[in-house]
Design a protein around this ligand. Structure first.
Ligand SMILES: Cc1cc2nc3c(=O)[nH]c(=O)nc-3n(C[C@H](O)[C@H](O)[C@H](O)COP(=O)(O)O)c2cc1C
Length: 373
């Protein structure tokens, strides 16, 4: 049982396995593929997906903060919506899910971040959450005319940034702040967020520095499933939770991301995967993406690199949920067994595949007890 109670936010609804979507603010959603029918970055498409979240009481809508695409045939992750304004829009148009703004620390002043989040929290009736990213994609940071800082320094900046944001959300009196990165003179923000003490904070730090940032300062850890076997995933999830608990007396939720490829038979699901990834995947875009992340032939074998690219084409490097409806439920149960509180999902043809998930997989998930509170 999590000791943090934010009664308006479904992150704290007590369900055994929580669900969400990932990347619906971006063209193509999570699929770097030229197949027809992938997600469109237009508002009618996003609104239609919002309704599906309400239908299944999905707990989260997590957008990706991205400012430039990765080229290739799709310019993957290029076209897309800014995430604070996106969260405000989906917050107004949905009833159930937490609406997340994913914020780059160096690109948004903490006073702006605090105020925008307050606005989203009020629009959504206390369903806002903030996903903090420190930035790694050099061309998009340099587009703003600022340098990409050295890795650990980005987290030093995030610590100050978040302290200012939290103080603006919680302190009644004006305050001054003089740090290494920020100076605040008579900091003030009213009204306060609906959620107390403040909207949940998530972060996907994967490095040692990043893990400690999540464990100490955040409410939810977002883990990249770098391995795709259950035992090491469980170990990873345990390590995050225990680090927060043991070193920082902080109870966190642990989430990961997965892609869903559903078929009548397992063979049909595998054919679908082969079609949108192997035959019609945007290998050029994903090669650029992986190179920009600094993942290269010095640390990985060609086979490992190819496998990683496949997962990135299929759905942002997520855990593969490929198979029949029964198999998908079984795999989600195993992820829950690894200790994940929640999983955000992508679908190759986001809308149509999510409808199939609602109609065919979701009833089985309910029966399985995974969605019980
Ligand atoms: C599920 C997930 C979502 C992420 N979303 C974003 C994002 O929207 N924008 C971004 O710049 N980085 C994003 N990242 C990257 C992380 O913020 C982080 O840089 C990465 O996990 C590496 O960890 P490190 O910063 O500790 O080295 C995401 C990572 C994960 C695992």
């Amino acid at each position: 049982m999590n000791s943090k109670v934010r009664s308006t936010n479904p992150f704290y609804n007590g369900r055994k396995l929580k669900l969400g979507s990932f990347s619906i603010n971006l063209e193509h959603g999570g699929a770097a593929s030229t197949i027809d029918g992938t997600h469109k970055a237009d508002w009618p498409s996003i609104k239609a997906l919002g309704k599906l979240h309400d239908d299944m009481e999905f707990e989260a809508i997590v957008p990706v903060a991205r400012w430039r695409g990765f080229g290739g045939a799709t310019n993957f992750a290029g076209p897309g919506f800014e995430t604070y304004t996106f969260a405000a829009g989906v917050g107004a148009q949905t009833n159930y899910p937490a609406v997340i703004a994913t914020s780059h620390v160096p690109l948004v002043h903490p006073i702006m971040a605090a105020k925008q989040m307050i606005t989203i929290d009020h629009i959504s009736g206390g369903r806002a959450a903030l996903n903090i990213v420190t930035g790694w994609n050099r061309p998009e940071i340099e587009m703003f005319g600022i340098p990409l800082r050295e890795h650990d320094e980005r987290y030093e900046m995030a610590v100050e940034w978040l302290e200012i944001v939290k103080r603006l959300w919680t302190e009644g009196a004006d305050f001054d702040f003089a740090g290494r990165f920020y100076k605040i003179v008579k900091g003030y923000a009213e009204p306060k967020p609906i959620q107390k003490p403040y909207p949940p904070i998530m972060n996907a730090g994967g490095s040692e520095r990043g893990r400690h940032f999540v464990a100490k300062y955040c409410d939810l850890a977002f883990l990249a499933p770098k391995v795709r076997e259950y035992a090491p995933l469980k170990k990873m999830a345990d390590e995050y939770r225990n680090l927060a608990r043991d070193e920082y007396d902080n109870e966190i939720e642990v989430w990961t991301n997965a892609y869903v490829v559903q078929g009548e038979t397992e063979a049909e699901a595998r054919d679908y995967l082969a079609e949108y990834v192997d035959r019609k995947g945007d290998w050029d875009a994903v090669t650029t993406l992986i190179d920009t992340m600094g993942i290269n032939a010095q640390t990985f074998t060609p086979e490992q690199l190819k496998a990683m690219k496949r997962h990135f084409i299929a759905g942002w490097g997520g855990f593969p949920l490929v198979g029949t409806k029964e198999q998908i439920v079984d795999m989600l149960g195993k992820l829950s067994g690894c200790g994940f509180d929640g999983v955000v999902l992508t679908f190759p043809r986001f809308h149509d595949d999510m409808v199939a998930f609602r109609d065919e997989v979701y009833p089985l998930l309910l029966q399985s007890g995974l969605r019980a509170s």
